[in-house]
Design a protein around this ligand. Structure first.
Ligand code: MN
Length: 310
């Protein structure tokens, strides 16, 4: 059985963290996305006091809903977009020539590098449900813009739980997707009682997509994010649920995030906004859409500052 491989790591796990690691619920907030007929999403990251989980800096859940996704060209910088559909198909087009349809079970991973732009449109009828995540890119390394679609992703299995590892590593199972910092993103199906091997140097969060579960003495169903902190060698989960696990080494940098941009300072964001509004080469263009694009909102009349950890 493949699950035996993970167990030595659990027994060898050493942590200097407090005996009782953190377990905190963070409420979701409903956010209407911009643009005509834009959809409403349930946002659980970033939060006041919790800007990131590892390098994960943004998590929206859209649906389940029959609302269409009609997101015109818009820019990104300083991040990777991770699109993980649960139901419905999405057509992705970007400024580096990609034009693909994404289906449930597949991953779209777009790396902005200094700049990229893309559009996303529903191309199926019926229910739309999925996750839009961002991963902050580390500073001090040059990372080119890129796009990749992963059609086949590896599975992780222990008694009571199976998972698709779409980003990073869970146990000894590694996603083929390109990552720049140690992290994990996995889609869990829990049926009964399971023990998940974790890394004590990673912080983790859990979000239920369907059903309900219990973990760290907390009952969790759709809505809030359960933040699990660092210092855990394993996590007992029980229930009948589908949930997403995010984790990673706590991100060392304070991030300034505004609209679709991730930077390190007010000036980074100001420059990205100005470049998008000037149609600068940095963000390219998507020929199919002609002049259609989402204009940047005005900058707030304050200096943008990093979101701090508690
Ligand atoms: Mn986007």
């Amino acid at each position: 059985m493949s699950n035996l491989d993970a167990r030595p790591a659990v027994t060898e796990c050493v942590t200097s963290a407090p005996a009782t690691p953190e377990a905190t619920l963070f409420e979701a907030r409903e956010v209407p996305l911009g643009g005509i007929r834009g959809i409403t999403v349930s946002r659980v990251l970033p939060q006041r006091g919790l800007p990131t989980i590892g390098a994960w800096c943004f998590l929206d859940q859209f649906g389940p809903s029959t609302e269409r996704m009609n997101v015109l060209p818009h820019p990104h910088t300083g991040l990777q977009t991770v699109t993980w559909p649960i139901a419905g198909e999405i057509r992705h087009r970007d400024s580096i020539g990609s034009d693909v349809v994404l289906k449930p079970g597949q991953l779209n991973l777009m790396t902005s590098g200094p700049g990229i732009s893309h559009s996303e449109f529903s191309v199926s009828t019926g229910q739309m449900h999925g996750l839009q995540l961002w991963v902050a890119l580390p500073s001090g390394v040059e990372i080119e813009h890129a796009f990749a679609q992963y059609v086949t992703l590896p599975s992780f299995t222990v008694p009571g739980l199976s998972a698709t590892v779409f980003m990073g590593q869970l146990g000894d199972v590694v996603s083929p997707a390109t990552v720049y910092t140690p992290l994990v993103g996995a889609d869990l199906t829990i049926s009964g009682d399971a023990t998940l091997p974790l890394r004590p140097d990673f912080e983790y969060g859990l979000l239920v997509l369907d059903g309900s579960l219990a973990a760290a003495d907390i009952e969790l169903s759709r809505g809030p994010l359960l933040y699990l902190g660092t210092g855990r060698c394993s996590l007992d989960i029980s229930g009948d649920a589908r949930a997403v696990l995010l984790g990673g080494e706590p991100f060392p940098d304070e991030l300034v995030m505004w609209w679709n941009f991730v930077g390190r300072s007010h000036e980074d964001i100001e420059a990205a906004r100005a470049d998008w509004e000037a149609q600068a080469a940095r963000f390219g263009s998507i020929p199919f859409h002609g002049t259609d694009r989402i204009p940047a909102p005005p900058l707030p009349p304050i200096r943008l500052t990093p979101r701090k950890r508690r």
